[in-house]
Design a protein around this ligand. Structure first.
Ligand code: NAD
Length: 387
């Protein structure tokens, strides 16, 4: 792969991780942040992060020096003029992103690929701010970008195929697992994962089980590394609630994606989770949190309900041609560490069992949130499986 110059705009949590990945792959990287304090702190953090790799034996001291020498923090966006790929990781605002890309086009060459790391905005809409929207693409890393293997590549309606193919090859050459998906709200991971959070909150709201019991069930019975409440507290409700709200709004208020008032109140109260010491759990010193009940029958009920909702979403993502079967499974295992791909899991549990669970919820609640995917119904009728 040609070692093109890579530009990164925004040096926050994501931008600094992306810069590290590109530099580790041998590229000269130019980083620009509108806030010099943020740029300085990113430069310091990068040094620490690369030093840690050396300590763990994952990078030689020589290579670490080379990598750090190859990352340039620029005080003006004009200095990104020789870059052949620019990845933007600034504030999640469509207007600000459009402004930055429209300014960038007068700085870079005609062949420079322009990419956004947005989690929730439409790639087609950002691309529309460019004179050459065919060179624009979504390249979505996961947090922390230097550790999480998954990258979602999202061509917009306007994106030229050669740009998509070049982006896929390049990001693969950085050692990442690449999946391709349609420009739809939440892409793969942030769409499919919504019910892991939403259905868990719903169970708690109904008083079926407390947070600790639901977390215990998903870890102990489901094999997930973290329970939904622990994970939401870890991600932060400012981020997690906003993603849920945006995906729901952009899907024209589909009830399957409806946010919960419980999480909205936490967000409004600034009880963001670990970062503010209180969320679903209380992390302050001496605080007492309820213990899980560890009732296996209840745990099985919780797991079956949440996993059926997750599988239904994965199946609908395939049904709507948002991504391939293999990419949907890869996305959930490599982007959010699920113990198994959801479509493979569906085969293991039996598609009939999943459909039965959803139909039973649908008949109990009479809510559209439990409507089974048409593809699931077809597959059960025809006695098919995914693998
Ligand atoms: P962040 O707040 O940590 O960093 C954003 C940086 O952009 C800040 O340093 C800020 O000074 C800078 N900035 C803001 N406006 C700018 C401008 N006009 N020009 C140059 N720099 C500017 O944000 P983040 O968490 O790194 O997220 C960045 C992007 O990545 C967002 O689009 C977000 O949706 C996406 N994303 C975030 C995550 C995550 O978990 N944090 C995961 C995947 C994708």
């Amino acid at each position: 792969m040609e070692l093109i110059k890579v530009g990164v705009i925004g040096s926050g949590a994501m931008g600094s991780g992306i810069a590290q990945v590109a530099a580790m792959a041998g590229h000269e990287v130019h980083v620009y942040d509108a806030n010099p304090v943020a740029a300085q702190s990113a430069a310091n953090n990068l040094k620490i992060s690369i030093q840690k790799l050396v300590e763990k034996g994952k990078c030689t001291p020589e290579k670490s020096e080379e990598v750090l020498k190859n990352i340039f923090f620029q005080s003006s966006i004009d200095k990104l003029n020789y870059c052949e790929l620019i990845i933007e990781a600034i504030v999640e605002s469509i207007d600000v992103k459009k402004e930055v890309f429209s300014a960038l086009e007068s700085i870079v060459s005609d062949t420079c690929i322009l990419a956004s790391n947005t989690s929730s905005l439409s790639i087609a809409s950002i691309a529309s701010a460019c004179n050459k929207p065919e060179r624009f693409i979504g390249i979505h890393f996961f947090n922390p970008a230097n550790i999480m293997p998954l990258v979602e590549i999202i061509p917009a309606l306007q994106t030229d195929n050669t740009i998509t193919n070049k982006s896929i090859e390049l990001i693969k050459s950085w050692g990442k697992t690449v999946v391709v998906c349609k420009d739809t709200p939440g892409f793969i991971v942030n769409r499919v994962a919504r019910s892991f959070y939403g259905e868990a909150i719903r169970l708690a709201e109904e008083g079926i089980a407390d947070y600790a019991t639901i977390d215990w069930a998903m870890k102990e019975i489901g094999g997930f590394k973290m329970g939904p409440f622990e994970l939401m507290d870890f991600i932060g409700h400012d981020v997690n609630y906003k993603v849920t709200e945006t995906v729901w709004e952009q899907l024209f208020f589909d009830p399957r994606f409806k946010p919960s008032l419980t999480q909205k109140r936490l967000y409004e109260a600034k009880r963001f989770g670990r970062k503010s010491s209180v969320g679903f759990y209380d992390y302050r010193e001496g605080a007492l949190n309820a213990e899980a009940s560890k009732d296996v029958e209840l745990g099985n009920y919780i797991f079956k309900r949440i996993i059926s909702m997750l599988i239904n979403e994965a199946i609908d993502t395939l049904y709507l041609n948002i991504a391939s079967m293999e990419d949907i499974d890869l996305a959930m295992t490599k982007g959010v560490n699920y113990p198994k791909g959801l479509l493979r899991w569906a085969d293991e549990l039996g598609l009939g069992t999943v459909l039965e669970e959803l139909e039973s919820l649908m008949s109990t609640y009479e809510e559209d949130r439990y409507r089974p995917s048409v593809l699931l119904k077809h597959m059960v009728r025809e006695n098919k499986h995914f693998y």
